[in-house]
Design a protein around this ligand. Structure first.
Ligand code: HEC
Length: 201
């Protein structure tokens, strides 16, 4: 069994050399981290290793239902150099994909009164974390679609969606998502990846 023990550099956490997972890792093919470690405590190599472990399961899980974005977003452009947490101590690691309509504009990470994403833009954001036992934990796929003016005016013409890790639709409220995203109103409601993983930075 492949066992991986990853630690964030400099945190001074000790690893018990005898730590070996037993029967809990089948779904993740033996990828295990120290129990209790938070994903945001991983360093860049640790995040890459975690993503390598969970990547195939994530995409297969999302695609297991009937959501058309979930079935195709992996063929889109990746908008960051890697997954990242949106801020200190956020439990979830995030990685956003953009369709062809959206990609070039999105990765400008633009802002200002004139900044707007083109109609037809679709953004799909993977999320994942670590379970308390150290196994990778898939999170929902979050989706934003820019529709034509007049179709969703109260949400600046964004339609929000989400897919559970098993591919089933996740019940969400447009206003729940938008109430937070509207905080980025001068970025056409986009939060953008953490600055350290933005392309070309
Ligand atoms: C509490 C605030 C908050 C809420 C609520 C929220 N988001 Fe976000 N969202 C963010 C932030 C911050 C980012 C950028 C962080 C990142 O992607 O690393 C983001 C990014 C995204 C992205 C990637 C595009 C972008 O904005 O750069 C999508 C897609 C998304 N969210 C969808 C959703 C959906 C769907 C919901 C509702 C189920 C939702 N969000 C609820 C804060 C929020």
């Amino acid at each position: 069994m492949k066992v991986m023990l990853m630690l964030a550099g400099g945190l001074g956490l000790g690893v018990a050399a005898t730590f070996l997972p037993t029967h809990q890792a089948s779904a993740q093919e033996g990828c295990m981290w120290e129990a209790g470690l938070k994903a945001y405590e991983l360093d860049e190599d640790g995040i890459t290793a975690l993503y390598d472990c969970i990547s195939d399961d994530l995409a297969a899980g999302y695609a297991g239902g009937d959501n058309p974005v979930a079935a195709e977003y992996r063929s889109w452009g990746v908008t960051a150099t890697g997954a990242a947490a949106p801020g200190a101590h956020s439990d979830r690691m995030l990685l956003t994909f953009a369709n062809d309509v959206a990609f070039d504009t999105y990765v400008e990470y633009g802002f200002g009164d004139d900044f707007a994403m083109p109609v037809g833009s679709v953004l799909a954001k993977e999320s994942f974390s670590l379970r308390n036992n150290g196994a990778p934990r898939p999170g929902p796929l979050f989706i934003m679609t820019k529709v034509a003016a007049g179709e969703a005016d109260e949400f600046d013409n964004w339609v929000y969606g989400a897919v559970q890790p098993n591919g089933n639709a996740m019940r969400i409220s447009q206003s729940f998502c938008h109430d937070c995203h509207v905080g980025f109103a001068d970025q056409d409601n986009l939060g953008y990846p953490a600055s350290e993983v933005r392309l070309g930075q």
